[in-house]
Design a protein around this ligand. Sequence first.
Ligand code: AKB
Length: 317
Amino acid sequence: MKNVLIIGATGQIGSELTMKLRDHCPGGNVVAGYIKGAEPKGVLLESGPAEEVDITNPQMIADAVEKYNIDTIYNLAALLSAVAESKPQLAWKIGVGGLYNCLEVSREKGCALFTPSSIGSFGPSTPHDHTPQDTIQRPETIYGVTKVTGEMLSDYYARRFGVDARSVRFPGLISYVAPPGGGTTDYAVDIYYSAVKGEEFKCPLKPGTFMDMMYMPDALRAAVEIMEADPTRLKHRNSFNIASMSFDPEIIAAKIKEYVPDFKMTYELDPLRQAIADSWPDSLDDSCAREEWDWKPEYDLDRMTQDMLVNLRKKLL
Ligand code: AKB
């Protein structure tokens, strides 16, 4: 991996992954691909090349790949689960149409391709605890439908055309840098902002709603490590379960209270997000990722909480 195109470089994952890859690939071009209205700013703009790349426009992808001699594409364009329910046609156009465009460009130009899947690729009939790598995937959200389709299409391109397509199923991602937007797991980011600002947090999910979560540094490392894994060891490709922690609102609130004793949480349920969360696993079994490419998380809830609070205090106060 030397010359990399990141599609969706100004989003929650993209803004941090672009910077990580610029450090990781010295001498290469790590191109921040953005859409109109979401242009890169500050250090993201100043530290490397940027190109307008709309994932629904295959020519724009191909032109950027050609111009920078790209060998690896990170496709991070997506509508998250809750917002996708209000725009299902657009979610499909970006999630599946966009992926198809990336796969075709990768096939023609010989690029490797990373496209994240999600815990949202599972549904109510999936075993909820220690969800296995290979299991029932019948999601009931459009987000999940696009993710399962994406996993299958990526595996098809790998088998049929030899496209080096790989990915992981991300849990809810927690970061102090760029906020998420429109996800079901977003509460686990918002709660830290409220705690640092001294505000009461109104939780949209009820007690007992467990989901897998991950701190962004672990997620970024996973995105790099899977693309650099020894292909001869991979029995799976799209997509690997990865996990680091699973908690419900009560557990994260209690952890925050250890460091912010005055922190208060009440409940104001969001029925859409609750229904989505109830259909997702409580905890994933990530043993295949551990065996096939030595995946290992570094952050647990305690270490993440300390880091989030320190960095959000610097950012907000
Ligand atoms: C969402 O909540 O939609 C995302 C995800 C788990 O994929 N964070």
